[in-house]
Write a protein that binds this ligand. Structure first.
Ligand SMILES: Nc1nc2c(ncn2[C@@H]2O[C@H](COP(=O)(O)OP(=O)(O)OP(=O)(O)O)[C@@H](O)[C@H]2O)c(=O)[nH]1
Ligand SMILES: [Mg+2]
Length: 204
């Protein structure tokens, strides 16, 4: 059965939601440098339509970005989605170049997950949560002055995961949500491909 539910994208102010979604929405011929220079903080909600190829058929998936400034109200929008579809499709973007955000991210991430609906008896209502660790390139630059060094990123990423207790969250909510995690930098396409694939799978 084909689903046409919205996907919500949340994350702290400046974590990289708009850039990410613009890149996912962008047409082949667009230059991403134009996109990078054109973001402004999202006041309210941004709507994106992302191409998702389902079984060879081109389709559009609606993704709504809830601006970081709205953080106190995210739960109202998410609750509405959960009530109408009994599941939640959520992309949570975390800027891993800024450790001072950990307490705030921890607070809001937990508040969002608390809304996850419990599964219906027929097992159809499991939610989908994608955690995107953004600004990986900034971590590299901060630590080794630009020389690409994958292990530095992995160490920082693991530090974030452990401070946020991601492993525990995955365990606690294992019966109500499919969890996936992706690291991403807007300078490369690898994470983008994985995120696009998650969007396609979530809405099929
Ligand atoms: N170096 C680097 N900068 C990034 C990356 N992603 C986003 N940025 C920059 O971070 C700033 C904020 O990005 P946005 O996409 O507007 O952030 P947002 O999450 O939409 O923020 P709000 O709309 O305020 O909630 C912009 O100047 C981006 O260019 C990244 O992967 N690497
Ligand atoms: Mg934005």
């Amino acid at each position: 059965m084909q689903r046409t539910e919205n996907i919500f994208c949340v994350g702290s102010i400046g974590s990289g939601k708009t850039i990410l979604l613009k890149k996912l929405e962008q047409k082949e011929e667009q230059d991403w440098h134009d996109l990078v220079s054109s973001t402004i903080p999202t006041v309210g909600i941004n709507h994106f339509e992302i191409d998702a190829n389902r079984c060879g058929v081109l389709d559009k998936v609606n993704v709504k970005e809830l601006g970081g400034e709205l953080a106190q109200n995210w739960r109202l929008y998410l609750k509405q989605q959960c009530e109408s579809s009994h599941r939640m499709n959520l992309i949570y973007v975390i800027d891993i170049s800024n450790p001072s955000l950990v307490p705030e991210v921890s607070f809001h991430l937990r508040n969002c997950l608390k809304l996850l609906p419990t599964r219906s008896k027929d097992n159809t209502g499991k939610s989908s949560v994608l955690i995107v660790y953004s600004k990986v390139d900034v971590v590299q630059v901060n630590y080794d002055y630009g020389a690409p060094n994958q292990s530095i990123v992995e160490v920082e990423l693991e530090r974030f995961r452990s401070l946020l207790r991601i492993q525990d969250l995955r365990h606690w909510y294992r019966n109500t949500a499919y969890f996936e995690e992706v690291s991403h930098s807007h300078f490369e396409d690898q994470g983008l491909v994985l995120i696009k694939d998650w969007i396609r799978r979530t809405n099929s």
